[in-house]
Design a protein around this ligand. Structure first.
Ligand code: CP
Length: 302
């Protein structure tokens, strides 16, 4: 993994996922180490973020490295017309690794092809969010004790939600059965269903889930991605499609957990926060350990 960019979750093998997860467990046990002393990591966020940017920065800080970058592209020379190519070629002089979020699908792949330093994709449009996927796998394994043969419910915006696209690809290595629950307008795109068909993996599509919730090992809720809609009326039609409430979790498996990449809007009611199944804030915490593992692997210090 040394010097290898992480652009799509499919850039890594199953063995590489497991190596990252095992390393993340080591960091969870011992999160403060001086192994990145002398390294500089750049975080270039062309789109808003709370968890991804701050957990990457926390990860680097706890490992003794330095951070530079921006959280608002409006303060950078891209507003003067600088191209992404020139920004990457410039920042690669200042940092050993670049973490980048960009609204254009394929933006991170493009950056990785021209950058002399590794790129970690922190989200490119509706396409991929691979570091989120690794922390999701970590959270699933930690709560279920395994990754194999689980029933994973994905609920909400399966069309524009990049986290479910990356997670589906990763879980395809673990004989997952998928339950896709969405309104018609926000169904899982055909390309991902064809991907599962080709692997002979099972998936089911529903519009409601209350009658089948007892089958779930994981409920992975997603926000309707307002920023990806070209038509605001379409967003208004679907934004309240699902609101998970605590009383909907009465018949679930004892170990079942509710995950959400966050931010949430209103798709998980606040009354779920006190339910034993709620795991989304611990999931966000797992992001620090997982990102420590990703960065230290790519920089070759672990
Ligand atoms: N999960 C996630 O990507 O959150 P942020 O948009 O806050 O980074």
């Amino acid at each position: 993994m040394k010097s290898k960019s992480l652009v799509s979750i499919s850039d890594y093998t199953k063995e590489e996922y497991l190596k990252i997860l095992n390393l993340a467990a080591e960091f969870e046990a011992n999160p403060v180490q001086e192994i990145l002393k002398g390294f500089v990591v750049a975080t270039l966020f062309f789109e808003p973020s709370t968890r991804t940017r701050l957990s990457f920065e926390s990860a680097v800080n706890r490992l003794g490295g330095r951070i530079l970058g921006f959280s608002d592209a409006g303060t950078t020379s891209s507003t003067k017309g600088e191209t992404l190519r020139d920004t990457i070629l410039t920042v690669s002089n200042y940092a050993d690794l670049i973490v980048m979020r960009h609204p254009v699908e394929g933006g991170a792949r493009f950056a990785s092809e021209i950058s002399p330093v590794p790129i970690v994709n922190a989200g490119d449009g509706a396409n991929q969010h691979p570091s989120q996927t690794l922390l999701d796998l970590y959270s699933i394994r930690k709560t279920q004790g395994r990754l194999d043969n689980l029933n994973i419910f994905m609920i909400g915006d399966l069309k524009y939600g990049r986290t479910v696209h990356s997670l589906l690809q990763a879980l395809s290595h673990f004989n997952t059965t998928f339950y896709f629950i969405s309104p018609d307008e926000l169904k899982m795109p055909d390309e991902y269903k064809m991907f599962l068909d080709n692997l002979g993996l099972k998936y089911y599509e529903y519009k409601e889930f209350t009658d089948i919730v007892d089958k779930a090992d994981i409920i992975y809720m997603t926000r309707v991605q307002k920023e990806r809609f070209s038509d605001p009326i379409e967003y208004e039609k679907t934004k309240n499609a699902y609101v998970l409430r605590a009383n909907m979790l009465e018949n679930t498996k004892p170990k079942m957990k509710v995950l959400h990449p966050l931010p949430r809007v209103n798709e998980i009611h606040l009354d779920v926060d006190d339910h034993e199944s709620a795991y989304y804030f611990e999931q966000a915490q797992n992001g620090v350990y997982t990102r420590q593992a990703i960065i230290s692997s790519i920089l070759g210090v672990k």
